[in-house]
Design a protein around this ligand. Structure first.
Ligand code: FAD
Length: 285
């Protein structure tokens, strides 16, 4: 874990692009409320296959042009062409965007054509080739191993390949097991991978959604945690309080161990992220 200790600890936030006018208004309020955490940037997700392209661009433009915060669009390459990606990169450059979260994404159901990029590493190489160092490139990392990787060593090998193509830092898939992150960092060190790897943290707000979503993306909800969360049944208040305790303690352990910050999957909600963030102590505070 030594390699991570040299990086300053920073917070960042992730939002998804709202689909309705009410969602847009809500997100504007959330951005103001969470802005008090002084995040390094606010990232906005992107539907693979370009399914949210317009809404992502609207949200990114709002953050970049109407708030004091730096926006970081996610950009997935599956199903895309070189031409369509270049067009988007030009748009982001014109908006003054300095950071992109570069991803492969998963082909949406019913969409057969994988397009001109196979992996996130192809996208990173393309962005470097077309735009040099215009953008700081974030990539995805998987402490519990990406579901399609044959095993964790193969996963690390392809992660290293992304770094070699030009990734500047990484954000992890969320997890609830601190050791999985610490082991992953040690393994990265052993493979000579040296870049900030920021833990992605998902606050706990809903048991069913968490279990369903985690099964889809290969994040493990430990059995003890599942059992406790399930036991709250309809008592939402107790579930939120317990979830907040568990995730706050996990974040503090990560920061104490030297993690270079926390990236919050905010789910466009203020309170769960704010309640956790306000209790954290940073080494560089
Ligand atoms: P890659 O790095 O390309 O890896 C995908 C798989 O292929 C892995 O199993 C890897 O081991 C393997 N692999 C990589 N390169 C090679 C190679 N050259 N040869 C053989 N195998 C290889 N999804 C969205 O749709 N929109 C988002 O906005 C979004 N944001 C995300 C943000 C974060 C921080 C994270 C962690 C995930 C996000 N995702 C998002 C989900 C992500 O798109 C999926 O997890 C997807 O399945 C993999 O994307 P990747 O960029 O990690 O792919």
């Amino acid at each position: 874990m030594n390699s991570q200790k040299k990086y300053p600890q920073k917070l960042s936030l992730e939002f998804f692009p709202p689909r309705t006018p009410a969602g847009v208004d809500k997100l504007k309020t959330v951005i103001t409320e969470l802005g008090g955490m002084a995040p390094e940037y606010m990232s906005v997700t992107y539907g693979a296959g370009g399914t949210t392209q317009e809404k992502t661009l609207e949200t990114v433009s709002y953050i970049q042009q109407h708030t004091p915060f730096d926006a970081a669009p996610h950009l997935t390459c599956i199903g895309a062409t070189h031409e369509s990606v270049l067009e988007l990169l030009n748009t982001y450059e014109a908006l003054g965007i300095k950071r992109i979260v570069a991803l492969r994404g998963d082909l949406p159901s019913g969409m057969m054509d994988p397009g001109e990029f196979k992996y996130a590493s192809d996208l990173i190489a393309f962005i470097k080739q077309e735009k040099g160092d215009t953008f700081h490139l974030e990539v995805a990392a998987y402490p519990e191993t990406h579901p399609q990787a044959r095993n964790c060593e193969v996963g690390i090998k392809w992660f290293k390949h992304k770094v070699e193509q030009g990734a500047d830092s990484a954000i992890t898939q969320y997890f609830y097991n601190v050791d999985s992150y610490l082991y992953f960092i040690d393994n990265c060190e052993r493979h000579g991978i040296d870049l900030p790897i920021i833990p992605g943290v998902m606050p706990i707000t809903n048991y069913e959604n968490l279990v369903r979503f985690s099964a889809g993306c290969g994040a493990e909800v430990p059995r003890w945690l599942k059992c406790r969360l399930e036991s709250f049944e309809d008592d939402k208040e107790s579930l939120l309080a317990f979830g907040q305790d568990v995730v706050t303690e996990m974040c503090q352990r990560l920061l104490d161990a030297g993690a270079p910050g926390i990236h919050f999957y905010s789910m466009n909600q203020t309170q769960p992220t704010l309640d956790i963030a306000k209790s954290l102590t940073f080494k560089n505070a």
